[in-house]
Design a binder for this molecule. Sequence first.
Ligand code: OOG
Ligand code: NI
Length: 451
Amino acid sequence: MSADIIAPDAIRLAFSDAMSAMYRTEVPLYGDLLRIVAQSNAAVLEADPVLRARLAAAGELERLDAERHGAIRVGTAEELRLMRRLFAVMGMRPVGYYDLAAAGLPVHSTAFRPVTGAALSACAFRIFCSLLRLDLIADEALRAQAATILARRRIVSEGALEQIERFERDGYLTAEHAESFVLEALETFRWHREALVDRATYAALKAAHPLVADIVCFRGPHINHLTPRALDIDAVQAAMIAHGMQAKAVIEGPPRRAVPVLLRQTSFQALEEAILFREGKTIVPGAHTARFGEVEQRGVALTPRGRALYDTILARVPAGPDYPARLAEAFARMPDDLDRLRRDGLAYVRYRPTAQGAQALVKGSLQDGAPEDLIAAGLLTAEPITYEDFLPVSAAGIFRSNLRDEAEGPLAAQSSQAAFEAALGTPCLDPFGLYLAQEEESLERLRGSLF
Ligand code: OOG
Ligand code: NI
């Protein structure tokens, strides 16, 4: 193997930075958002040295400024498979299945992301990727028309495909090929204001559902937002409003807590952008809303039991004017200290020896104890494992607020993970399994240090 092989983690980091630079020029408000989040994070870290130390120990401090997720929407199974292959070059695997039809949206989704602790620390870039479900569009003629338009477009350039195939064949890219891959891959996600269709077709597709128009009428899956990670989303939300941004009224996800759980998100309204329709030989102006801004705050990953509790509580709080207060009240049922969350089997933790524990480790007296006893003896600490995924109810809220769409009833009674995975060409990885592996690995490491 030659010396200038570039690891997938490094390609992902370069791509994430390139996407961020591109999006900053496309949507200047995103640059403002980055500044607000960076300032807020710096203030939080200065005021909270314990949090700083914990993030540093977990490998999350360095990744923080470069940490972001984006979202794209594709139209066909072939496009989804191409995305799977493209993101694999960057060490990103499909994790989780999100059924948005349950919330009235004609898409289902996965998240392409790095899966190991080391890869996440290197660069936690993720892409929320949705696939259009044309089967949920009632009008048969419109469905056929959309399928025809989609079948004609090519969303990955020849140059990107060449590098993807090279990676699949050789198992790596060199510096030169990785650089070319990043530049070419960027083109897939760039905004093009020239629609592929005329105004009447756009209007008909939009009437079926605004998402259908956004997915079908353009050259490819333009990146529709990039989301920086905030340490205090309430502070960022206040700063966004102070800057005159149209922030969503309600933060999606769990309420503010002493021990943050899962994921809290808020977004600012999609921009109305000028687009151009093709009308035979002439070009006519129009407008489209697709792109928006979002921030997120990540908390501890919950076990299936913790997640079931979260889902139950959330489902019982109806929307309404005093939603935040009622949400906080409902969440009183979930323990709000890490020790209880861990002992009740609700959250995933990473075990680490304390200073005293590190000495015991050298003497070999730490390896046999049960974690519970070692924690009680002050030899071990448990730290939260960060949630790296998404939440379907929150995602639906984010989609809807940007479509200016009212909540609708479910589109289909059945989720179709099997159909999604058939389109993807591989199963979606189970996020719970990945968190459990991280927790177990932290114990293995302690036991392993005996030898
Ligand atoms: C994706 C919306 C969901 C999130 O962070 O949950 C999302 C989209 O609008 O394509 O980004
Ligand atoms: Ni998002």
